[in-house]
Ligand binder design. Structure first.
Ligand SMILES: Cc1cc2nc3c(=O)[nH]c(=O)nc-3n(C[C@H](O)[C@H](O)[C@H](O)COP(=O)(O)OP(=O)(O)OC[C@H]3O[C@@H](n4cnc5c(N)ncnc54)[C@H](O)[C@@H]3O)c2cc1C
Length: 401
């Protein structure tokens, strides 16, 4: 089934890299996934997966592996964080399955990552190499070589840079593209759901909007824990997902918020925080037999909860393009990039817009609340049809996976 002698190298065994290895294996292409860690996901955060992502995970045989640890929320409830008033409901439950053919799930990142890892490691065309931190990339006449920090080298027929926000593979493709602090900081923590009061005990995603900040919570680990994420404008610029957070400093940003929302923040025993970054739009994602995928190509602010979903979609489109042109990776990567770029750009733009709406203050905040309160819940999902529906190139190309 596997045609080529040398594997496609995948830099990074995170969400996008593992998804790419699975999607490529299903088109008969050998891959070697080079991951700097021991394939552990330690960020300790939750993740929401819209139907555009779960539909592809189902096609790849991953949904069965993650569903037992996931939670299917009944709805998204939107609140005003200052007054505590519930403004709107977006129905979930069985609606995404009926409307888009796949569920909306919330789960712990480690459960998503270990489901992908479990499926990838059982596929014979996939080789998983841990403790391989890529330091350098070199284009060869007929492929690509990468070297790790210890000086070991590996050659492949092509290279997919799925090495995340701080990508090393991106450097030679876009040497002048520097990450910029987006001016906001996310803090996260987990709270046991046992004994939580309403509305936090409800089987829903809660989204609380406030001036220059917002708060999101949703059940993970089959509903045994609540993932809490607080995003505030400002904060210091610091690299990495896992800096320890200062509870008192965070709470001081929420002094004007309602009692319920503050009571949830007070329950979090250990905060971890990370700074949000933006990358200017790259003029290209690919150079010859090397391309980029996921956060390495197009990091997205987390306000639409779509970064991982985009990485999964990228992986499927990439596999379809390379499966169709296995002997010409440069042409396959150009095709992949042309198919994916408009979608990624639209999600990036919409995520920025949602962040701006969430953090409105003054009269604009009241106008937003009024619009939300007067929206018909029956039409609340309409605005997401382009995102969750079977309209993306990745979804329509699924038959090859
Ligand atoms: C606050 C917040 C909340 C979010 N919530 C959601 C959400 O609800 N839903 C959603 O879809 N997305 C969400 N995201 C976005 C999502 O987490 C990312 O977009 C997604 O993880 C990107 O996947 P990736 O494979 O590109 O990168 P990653 O998952 O970060 O994987 C990169 C991998 O590369 C490895 N690596 C890095 N450098 C090297 C190297 N030099 N050599 C070898 N290996 C290397 C890393 O160890 C890692 O395993 C959120 C992000 C944030 C900040």
């Amino acid at each position: 089934m596997t045609k080529q002698k040398r594997p496609v190298l995948i830099a990074g065994g995170g969400i996008g890299g593992l998804s790419a290895s699975i999607a490529l294996a299903r088109t008969g292409i050998k891959t070697s996934v080079l991951e700097r860690s021991a394939f552990t996901e330690e960020s300790g955060a939750g993740i929401q997966l819209g139907p555009n992502a779960t539909r592809l995970l189902r096609d790849m045989g991953v949904l069965d592996a993650i569903e037992p640890a996931a939670f299917k929320p009944e709805a998204i409830w939107l609140f005003d964080g200052v007054s505590g008033k519930r403004l709107a409901t977006v129905p979930l439950g069985d609606s995404p399955e009926q409307r888009y053919g796949a569920p909306y799930l919330t789960l712990h990142r480690a459960d998503l990552h270990s489901g992908l890892h479990k499926v990838a490691k059982d596929l014979s065309p996939v080789e998983l190499r841990s403790d391989f931190e890529i330091a350098q990339v070199q284009a060869l006449e007929d492929g690509v070589a990468v070297q790790n920090i210890g000086g070991d080298s590996v050659e492949g027929s092509s290279l997919v840079g799925a090495d995340g926000l701080w990508s090393v593979v991106r450097k030679p493709i876009a040497p002048h593209a520097d990450l910029h602090f987006a001016g906001a900081t996310a803090s996260r923590g987990l709270v046991p759901t046992k004994d939580l009061p309403a509305p936090f005990s409800e089987p829903v995603v809660g989204l609380w909007l406030g001036p220059r900040s917002h708060l999101v919570h949703y059940p993970v680990r089959r509903g045994e824990a609540l993932n809490v994420v607080a995003v505030t404008d400002g904060g210091g610029e610091a690299q990495g997902w896992n800096q320890s957070g200062d509870a008192a400093a965070l709470l001081s940003e929420f002094t004007r918020w309602c009692r319920e929302s503050k009571s949830l923040l007070e329950r979090v025993e250990a905060w971890r925080r990370w700074s949000l970054y933006r990358l200017p739009t790259l003029s290209r994602w690919s150079a010859g037999a090397t391309t980029l995928l996921g956060d390495a190509a197009h990091p997205v602010l987390p306000f639409l909860a779509q970064g991982a979903a985009l990485a999964i979609e990228d992986a499927v489109t990439l596999a379809n393009s390379l499966g169709a042109l296995p002997d010409d990776p440069a042409a396959a990567f150009r095709q992949y990039e042309a198919l994916r770029r408009p979608r990624a750009t639209r999600v990036q733009r919409q995520s920025r817009r949602f962040g701006w709406i969430y953090h409105l203050s003054g009269p604009a905040r009241f106008a937003r609340n009024f619009a939300l309160e007067h929206r018909d819940p029956g039409t609340a999902l309409d605005q997401f049809d382009w995102l969750y529906g079977a309209t993306s190139d990745a979804a329509t190309a699924k038959s090859n996976v």
